[in-house]
Design a protein around this ligand. Sequence first.
Ligand SMILES: Nc1ncnc2c1ncn2[C@@H]1O[C@H](COP(=O)(O)OP(=O)(O)OP(=O)(O)O)[C@@H](O)[C@H]1O
Ligand SMILES: [Mg+2]
Length: 285
Amino acid sequence: MIAPVEPRSHTLEMPFAAGRSFLKVDRISKSFSRGSATTEVLREVSLGIEKGEFVSIIGHSGCGKSTLLNLVAGLTQVSHGAILLEDHEVNAPGPERAVVFQNHSLLPWLTVYENVALAVDKVFGSRKPRAERRAWVMHNLELVQMAHAKDKRPAEISGGMKQRVGIARALSMEPKVLLLDEPFGALDALTRAHLQDSVMQIHARLGNTVIMITHDVDEAVLLSDRIVMMTNGPAATIGEILDVQLPRPRRRLELVAHPIYLAMREAVLKFLYERHAQPALLAAE
Ligand SMILES: Nc1ncnc2c1ncn2[C@@H]1O[C@H](COP(=O)(O)OP(=O)(O)OP(=O)(O)O)[C@@H](O)[C@H]1O
Ligand SMILES: [Mg+2]
């Protein structure tokens, strides 16, 4: 019999003190205004992330996950509070915070190689000689196993391959933080599993700091060091944070019956479907 494992979590009573973190989200709020109406999407969100950590954000649709990621990306501005990366305030996009969206955003008229090269030239154009930049593009395509398709255009490759190229492009900028907004959301289960494994291997090899939004509980547990669970909006905030103390490297088949894995999975499911079930879901019962 498997002994029950009590997942270690920080509950609402404990403030998510950002402390002296690599990335600090410090009591941020975000409101959107339309005419005279203002909606507060996020309220008092605080989170500290250490260098090299893999953090997932999970929560019901519309709670504000993408809004939070976009704020860290610098694509939108906080209404209150601050976001600091290595003590520098974030208020604009920058290559040190590369984003991969759910639907790839490759330029259709460029080849796979050219799509990555565009980012590399922009970031390193003045610092690295041409041959070095070329080798760097190929290195990043190799990391995601896409070097063989370097001369293909986005329309000629599958959805999973496009996401791989998107990840290569993001990695090629050598970001301090990699921001993934449901990067595997549009993929079939098998392709998704392959890409999750690739991301795990890349994370193990490069030690990137990653923030990933996901709707997939298994994906969150498999990949993350911590899972940030958000309450429902409006005025959403962090409800709880789970420490995923599963040893690495992690292999999905070995984990399916692991007591910690099962306990984590249950904790996330209970958070989402018991304590913070969407009002629409509750009404339907
Ligand atoms: N630019 C904007 N202007 C006005 N409202 C916005 C804007 N961006 C997001 N919102 C609102 O903020 C709320 C949170 O949206 P967000 O996209 O962050 O949710 P999400 O958690 O990422 O949802 P999903 O899981 O469906 O992607 C929604 O109610 C949305 O309508
Ligand atoms: Mg979203």
